[in-house]
Write a new protein. Structure first.
Length: 230
């Protein structure tokens, strides 16, 4: 029997929650609808192995979407998270993406757009056990599965997106990568707000490797970036 995608959908607006849940079910998804963040996290703790994707409102009672996303991400580094929110400020979008969300859709939205996003993240390639999982970067050992950079002096924990970005750079070292290629590879979309988040992550990686000789991430003006490892 074919597995149906299970969505944890969190929305406190009763009408919108009902309409969206019904539309998603008509698109052949299994939907667990919660009306606040606290209820959603309690369900996620008990059923995380059965949930394929999380769709979260931000402004909710008991626990807002930002806190919920952070708690979900701490338990599961890989599950896709999409924010659906009426909050349109750039800072809110960037905050959501930095917390580890995969996308941020502004209300009002079309169900067609939401379904398209769900399919992008559900069908993205899963990490393959045969992939190389450990890399040497200057003095650091990069443990990709655990999102860690370790040397004799310290251990640095990366976010999933930072680890994915660093792995993409390593696998394309000394080559120019276009911004749109990076964004689509890591986030599944090429968007202004995702681009801002990408810049934040690259800035952090540069700081981490600032003391490493021969390691740098060059900005190729108007095109993208080049990871150099001499």
């Amino acid at each position: 029997m074919m597995h149906k995608t299970t969505i944890l959908y969190v929305e406190d607006d009763e009408t919108l929650g009902y309409l969206t849940t019904d539309s998603l079910k008509q698109n052949n998804y299994t939907v667990i609808h919660c009306k606040n963040g606290e209820e959603a996290f309690n369900i996620f703790k008990n059923q995380d192995m059965n949930i394929d994707i999380c769709i979260l409102d931000i402004m909710m009672p008991k626990m807002d979407g930002f806190e919920l996303a952070e708690k979900i991400r701490n338990r599961n580094k890989n599950i896709p998270i999409i924010f659906l929110s009426a909050k349109t400020l750039k800072d809110d979008k960037i905050k959501g993406l930095k917390l580890g969300a995969d996308d941020y859709i502004v209300k009002p939205f079309s169900i067609e757009e939401l379904v398209l996003k769900i399919e992008i993240f559900i069908n993205r390639p899963k990490k393959n056990d045969s992939e190389s999982k450990h890399y040497r970067i200057g003095s650091f050992n990069f443990n990709y599965p655990n999102y860690e950079l370790i040397n004799t002096e310290k251990k640095i924990k990366l976010t999933q997106k930072e680890a994915d970005l660093l792995k993409l750079f390593i696998e394309n070292k000394n080559q120019v990568l276009k911004r749109e290629h990076i964004l689509i590879s890591i986030w599944g979309d090429n968007d202004y707000f995702l681009g801002r988040s990408l810049d934040v992550f690259i800035s952090r990686l540069r700081k981490i490797f600032a003391a490493e000789r021969g390691i740098k991430i060059e900005n190729i003006h108007g095109i993208g970036f080049k990871y150099i490892d001499l």
